[in-house]
Write a protein that binds this ligand. Structure first.
Ligand code: G3H
Ligand code: 13P
Ligand code: ZN
Length: 309
């Protein structure tokens, strides 16, 4: 049950017309819920850790939680740094046991992005770790940064970026965005499949990554609000669009917000039904179940990776 890289996972996913879920982890219940779902579905799995997660839970705890989950479930999985901001954070995760890191140079001009990404690739590859780069920028909220609008990926740049940096996978911007509010109220969700197809043609067999791919399923927003939440209207990426992307070049789909929503809805429901409860085990057990159910839903409705571990 080692921590593995994504290399073989992505080869199989590309050939098999499915994608692997990359789920963000922040605490024990989230790690347990996700890994139990993947075990029951016999699905390949990427657990990913953001800078915010490392600050919240600390690197050492997250590594030990992931190791414990692998021991408990018998799963092999990839452990990935989500949105590495600079060389130092990537190096610290490579040195600290991760099998995959993302260097997010998407906000830099092309040449700076290439130089930074190449530096991370050289260090990571020398130490058995794979690297995800990004071209184009997603809209939405990520850590403390709120990006107003998309900078769609320019397909004309992808070949040069991949060749010059040596990255193992590439995140692209086709209209997905981070957080729960991906489209304005009343706006019809749409993705630039033309860009995805153009990228796929220019990079045959190369794994593409979609960030900001939560579907923000209305019944979960309604459940949060039914039990005292005050979430404004939220619109995500329809599941059928993601499934279509997963059938093609998209091999990794990032999901965080849908897990947060599922967990929060269930905790709110618990307190509405049991207002006097103050035992964390009582409200975190249904929260963990909600994570597990959501991951199973993603595996069957979006990723198509059940039985592919
Ligand atoms: O892409 C961002 C992920 O949803 C992680 O969010 O930085 O709040 O942990 P976070
Ligand atoms: P969501 O906010 O759509 O879940 O995206 C998460 C993500 O892209 C993490 O990198
Ligand atoms: Zn992301």
């Amino acid at each position: 049950m080692p921590i593995i890289t994504t290399t073989e996972m992505f080869k199989k996913a590309y050939a098999g017309g499915y994608a692997v879920g990359a789920f963000n982890v922040n605490n024990m219940e989230i790690v347990q819920g996700i890994t139990e779902a993947a075990r029951e579905e016999n699905a390949p799995l990427i657990l990913q850790v953001s800078a915010g997660a490392r600050k919240y839970a600390k690197h050492a705890y997250l590594i030990k939680l992931v190791e414990a989950a692998m021991e408990d479930t018998g799963l092999s999985l990839a452990l990935h740094l989500d949105h590495g901001a600079d060389f130092d954070v990537c190096k610290s995760c490579v040195d600290g046991g991760f099998s995959s890191v993302m260097i997010d140079g998407s906000h830099f001009p092309f040449e700076e992005n290439v130089a930074l990404t190449k530096k991370v690739v050289e260090y990571a590859h020398a130490n058995g770790c794979v690297v995800e780069g990004e071209l184009g920028q997603l809209a939405g909220v990520e850590d403390d940064v709120n990006v107003e609008s998309h900078s769609y990926t320019d397909p004309g740049q992808v070949q040069a970026f991949v060749e010059r940096t040596g990255v193992d996978s590439l995140a692209i911007a086709i209209g997905t965005s981070h957080g729960a509010f991906k489209f304005k109220p009343g706006q019809k969700p749409q993705l630039r499949f033309d860009i995805l197809e153009d990228v796929a043609k220019r990079l045959p067999g190369f794994p593409v990554v979609l960030h900001g791919a939560s579907s923000v399923i209305p019944e979960f927003v309604a459940a949060v609000n039914k039990y005292g939440g005050q979430m404004p209207d939220a619109i995500g990426i329809p599941e059928d669009m993601l499934r279509q992307a997963a059938k093609g070049a998209v091999c990794k789909i990032n999901i965080d917000s849908d897990l947060r929503l599922a967990m929060t809805a269930r905790i709110r429901e618990h307190f509405a039904l049991h207002p006097a409860d103050f035992d964390p085990r009582q409200y975190l057990t249904p929260a963990r179940d909600a994570i597990k159910e959501m991951v199973k839903r993603k595996i069957s409705n979006v990723l198509g990776c059940s039985g592919k571990a």
